[in-house]
Design a protein around this ligand. Structure first.
Ligand code: CU
Length: 363
């Protein structure tokens, strides 16, 4: 289990830094540093910086998926291999029904970001990501029936796409702020990842992995959105609309456009610490086109089985080192999300939960 290790590491780091803040706590405060002046860690482009400020950040996102859903209802592996048609049937060696069923997928995404504000009204942002994906699948024997051939695991890891954005201030009063973001996603992630699979005949060829196991979108994308944040005493609230529109195609396909709408409230009992509650609604289109090198009797090889609508509830904590601390400028945050509704296109694995933790340093 990788997850508890990451949690333990994060907790140890939080405790160590909280102790550090206490060392010089008797010194007079220079300036307030509010934990809630950044949104929950899972929200990107949530805040702007003042002229001349830099920020470096590292985020780790873990996502766990298991079980399958077909048109909104749970479906068992045995039902999939006896009832769901294989879109590649007719090509040589392809069975009439699906024969390889994904059981579990884990994803770790390490995001490294930098922000810089050349002026009070503009903040520039760049973010690179390193991804590790692992999927466990069950292969059924031959062309029909429910006899299992065996289980196997496919893996892919490497750099994902790189995002470059500008955040522009639209309005700011003492308690209300509004900014827009506009940027591009560069196709730096691979779309040609391969691994060895177990096929229904018991052979283990190395093939190009399905779309969900690839590291990048393969195409440029336009990123745009708006963020509003308001506050009153120890409370803060915010909402963000963010869209990703993919341009052109790569290997014969284009990923579905993605639209996210999120809203959160946070409460800050002391300047150093705030807790947040957030709702996120996400809608992504299916993949259009098809990669001729991805042809397997499994749901993930069908571009129609991608995208859908997901509503997630997230709980988060933000911690900010205080100005008198030697760790000033440093922030730590964590946010955990649980999907409450998933209306996915076609046949797909369900997301169980996700956890994002992060470290930000401003100077
Ligand atoms: Cu920042």
């Amino acid at each position: 289990m990788k997850l508890p290790m990451y949690l333990i590491q994060t907790c140890v780091l939080v405790c160590a830094l909280m102790l550090l803040t206490q060392i010089n706590a008797h010194e007079p405060a220079k300036k307030r540093m509010r934990a809630d002046s950044h949104g929950p860690i899972g929200v990107m482009a949530d805040h702007m910086h003042k002229k001349g400020e830099y920020m470096l950040s590292y985020r780790h996102m873990y996502m766990d998926m298991s079980g399958n859903e077909f048109n909104g209802s749970n479906i068992s592996a045995d039902t999939i291999v006896t009832t769901i048609a294989n879109r590649f049937y007719g090509a040589s060696g392809q069975p009439a029904k699906l024969r390889v069923v994904p059981e579990k997928m884990e994803m770790h995404m390490h995001m490294i970001g930098a922000m810089y504000a050349p002026s009070d009204w503009l903040t520039l942002m760049v973010m690179a990501s390193y991804q590790e994906k692992e999927m466990t699948l069950t292969t059924y024997k031959g062309m029909m029936g429910t006899e299992v051939r065996g289980k196997f695991t496919t893996k892919s890891d490497g750099w994902g796409d790189t995002k470059i954005s500008g955040l522009v201030k639209l309005y700011a009063s003492s308690h209300h702020k509004l900014h827009a973001h506009l940027g591009t996603s560069l196709p730096t992630g691979s779309t040609n990842e391969t691994d060895s699979i177990l096929n229904p005949m018991g052979m283990t060829p190395t093939v190009r992995l399905p779309y969900g196991m690839q590291l990048g979108a393969g195409t440029y994308a336009i990123l745009h959105g708006v963020t509003y944040v308001g506050d009153r005493k120890k409370f803060k609230w915010g909402t963000q609309y963010a869209a990703t529109n993919y341009l052109g195609d790569d290997n014969g396909y284009t990923r579905g456009d993605k639209y996210d709408l999120t809203g959160w409230v946070s409460y800050q009992p002391i300047d150093a610490l705030s807790g947040s509650l957030r709702v996120k609604y996400s809608d992504q289109g299916s993949i259009s086109g098809i990669d001729g090198n991805i042809m397997l009797p499994t749901q993930a090889a069908d571009p129609r089985n991608y995208g859908g609508e997901t509503t997630t509830i997230l709980v988060g904590l933000n911690w900010a080192a205080q100005p008198q601390s030697p760790a000033r400028g440093l922030r730590l945050a964590i946010e955990a999300g649980l999907p409450i509704s998933q209306n996915l296109h076609g046949l797909q694995m369900e997301t169980d939960f996700s956890i994002t933790s992060g470290l930000q340093y401003m100077f």
